[in-house]
Ligand binder design. Structure first.
Ligand code: 5AD
Ligand code: SF4
Length: 424
């Protein structure tokens, strides 16, 4: 979401006459988009802001703002910590930022916004340069109130983008040549707008010419209805890859977390998805070391993880977030750092086995790859993704970016496939 917000912000600032520089050191004005989900993300952003503020010593025009979730959470407190900051702006204010910047430069007074307005989704309709894959925000905020999570405090309650605005953005992207869209939100499958549901949205996107692939992150297991499961069969553009954050597989911990499902309902859901779409790739988010997580609770998660064979997972060590119910349990039930670390490693080891096994099945097969861009390493290397969202690296001409190519897979690692384009 932050990545897409930064893209939207670039677009609104360019429309207002600002010029983007390639190198941070050339900028007179820097806006740091921040995340608050874990403490380490906040600490990193503060460190970076502190370093950047040194530029004010040599460049009198230098201005620095902090935007996004940390700005929403810490507001005025940030200006006490970093008194030279020019802006502290919550994620709701993207549309207003050009105007706020103009005001600050005119009056030379820093601006801190701490009140939550409602989201203005119009910034996402600002034209963006062509990309083969486009991230489409469909909602902001979250009303689920998971016990460990700061998002409802930083992004507010769930707000849905108007149905027509989403379709307009996708149509514009399709006209530019975008082939794949990824619907974005905290709980995408809880989307609702004037009686229209997430499933209605998938059906409407299926009808847009030019779009060949539809993905979405993140759905919540609780809102995975039968109609949504059916979409993996009835809508050919709906890619057979699901990111399903489960957080834990211990029913006791899931209940504490207020997740609203059990290991048994998860098993049934995954079975239903795999029955309707046997090719399905499945990834997840997990938290280790939640307050009060016993060895037995953790073992339940490990066994479930092994049983399901997720092909990818993001594993997080629990990070206490201020004003969340879980953080209050830490004093008595907190899990020591070394235990968190060990549990993290156990799951990472399971993951490297399951993801390697999963990826190896593609070796010596042709895969249809949507070519997305230059791979970070290697002069002639391109990268793209298969229908099940596996990253593929191969040699190719940049003119292929944006097209589908049949790629012969030669090697697999835990995280990528490597291959070449050769005649079938
Ligand atoms: N500590 C660790 N991980 C967290 N997440 C959310 N809040 C916390 C926290 N306090 C993880 C969840 C979520 C992902 C985006 O971040 O796994 O799915
Ligand atoms: Fe946070 Fe996701 Fe739970 Fe919402 S559903 S409170 S964003 S973990």
């Amino acid at each position: 979401m932050n990545f897409r917000d930064s893209e939207a912000l670039k677009a609104v600032l360019e429309a207002d006459g600002h010029t983007l520089v390639d190198n941070e050191s050339e900028a007179d004005l820097v806006l740091l988009n921040t995340c608050s989900v874990r403490d380490c993300a906040e600490a990193k952003a503060i460190g970076k802001a502190r370093r950047l503020l040194q530029n004010k010593r040599t460049n009198l025009r230098y201005r620095l703002g902090i935007i996004g979730c940390m700005a929403a959470r810490r507001g005025q407190q940030l200006t006490k910590l970093l008194p030279q900051l020019d802006w502290v702006l919550p994620p709701t204010s993207l549309n207003d930022i050009p105007h706020i910047i103009q005001e600050t430069l005119r009056t030379n007074t820093p601006k801190v916004i701490t009140n939550f307005q409602s989201y203005n989704f119009a910034c996402y309709e600002q034209p963006l340069p062509f990309t083969p894959v486009r991230w489409i925000p469909i909602q902001q905020g979250c009303s689920m109130g998971c016990s460990y999570c700061i998002v409802p405090h930083t992004r507010g309650h769930q707000q849905n983008r108007p149905f027509d605005s989403i379709l307009r953005e996708i149509q514009t992207a399709a006209d530019q040549g975008t082939r794949e869209i990824i619907l974005l939100g905290q709980i995408v499958n809880a989307y609702r707008d004037n009686g229209k549901t997430f499933v209605d949205l998938l059906h409407a996107i299926q009808a847009i010419d030019g779009i060949e692939r539809i993905r979405f992150i993140s759905p919540h297991p609780t809102f995975f209805t039968d109609q949504l499961i059916q979409c993996f069969k009835t809508l050919p553009k709906c890619c057979p890859s699901v990111h399903l954050p489960i957080q834990s597989a211990s029913n006791r911990i899931l209940q504490h977390m207020h997740r609203g499902y059990t290991q048994e309902t998860l098993t049934a859901l995954i079975q239903a998805l795999r029955t309707i779409q046997p090719q399905l790739s499945l990834s997840t988010d997990l938290i280790v070391g939640y307050p009060g997580e016993t060895d037995a609770d953790f073992e339940q998660t490990v066994q479930f993880f092994k049983k399901i064979q997720f092909d990818m997972a993001y594993i997080f060590k629990y990070s206490p977030r201020p004003n969340t119910p879980a953080a209050e349990l830490v004093a008595v039930h907190g899990i020591p750092k070394d235990v968190q670390e060990k549990r993290n490693q156990v799951l990472l080891d399971c993951l490297s086995q399951s993801s390697l096994r999963y990826n190896q099945q593609f070796v010596h097969t042709y895969q249809s790859v949507l070519v997305e861009g230059h791979a970070p390493k290697g002069a002639h290397k391109l990268f793209g993704r298969t229908i099940v969202n596996k990253k593929v690296i191969f040699d190719g001409d940049p003119s292929l970016i944006g097209s589908f190519q049949s790629v012969w897979i030669e090697r697999a690692t835990t995280s990528v496939l490597e291959g070449c384009i050769k005649p079938v």
